[in-house]
Design a protein around this ligand. Sequence first.
Ligand code: AMP
Ligand code: FE
Ligand code: FE
Ligand code: ZN
Length: 276
Amino acid sequence: MHVHSTASDGTAEPREIAEAGAGFWALALTDHDTCAGVGEFMGRSGELGVKGLRLAGIELSLESGEGFGEFHLLGLGVDTGCGELKELLEEAREGRNLRNVRMVEKLNALGIGVTLEDAQRHAGDEVMGRPHVARAMVEKGYAADVKDAFERYLKRGRPGYAERWHPEAERAIGAVHAAGGAAVMAHPQHWTQDWVKLEEGLRELKGMGLDGIEAVYWGNPAETTVAHLAIAKRLDLAVTAGSDYHGANKPGVPFGMGVDDEEKFLAPLLARIRGR
Ligand code: AMP
Ligand code: FE
Ligand code: FE
Ligand code: ZN
């Protein structure tokens, strides 16, 4: 339920994702701030006669309440033609463009000779993100690999980091709902690993309409998964599983993963998508 393509910062084409995952029981394409890959992904899945569940998705970075950093929201099963969602995505991409300019200026001031054009070549015609800037830095010899570029320059707190605009949670959840989708918090452990705080925050977000959490995330220790599942159960939130595949932009992350008892696993999510 969480895969990136070349439409944002993944390295596999939407059609390649449809093909490689043709045998999967369920799969959602969730690019950052764009649904540009969804048509190709769903179309190719249809051509292949895929039997499993295929969802049009989106991943948004949100402003959060007090005391928490930003968090990521997945919209699953969205109608990509929805005006309210399209408007939100356009604002988010505009915020990215402004941020990208400032990020490159900061890097240049540090003596790193990468340009917006260098990064855009790695992004193609699609949404540019920090991984593309990182690749440009690797290409020009300023970093050993993408991870190194993030660690030394691009992550929050490092000298090349620049803030960008994020929508507020209530508006983003509302836009996902307007598009008929389910609103699911991505990788909750990136938001906080304090589970008491997580539960408090999720209760508040549920009041704004949050439908579920990505309780099962590739690479999490079992105790984290157990905590997420317990919190979801207490709050009556649906749960999803995701690997957050980005191809070569996040080496080592597998494409797809297994869960026990798939039918039971996804039924509450589907009820929240179809129920609208
Ligand atoms: P952006 O949305 O342009 O700010 O870029 C965020 C994206 O960068 C995330 O979705 C990841 O794909 C990638 N990313 C974030 N932090 C790291 C990191 N420490 N190492 C490698 N990739 C990262
Ligand atoms: Fe990403
Ligand atoms: Fe994310
Ligand atoms: Zn993601």
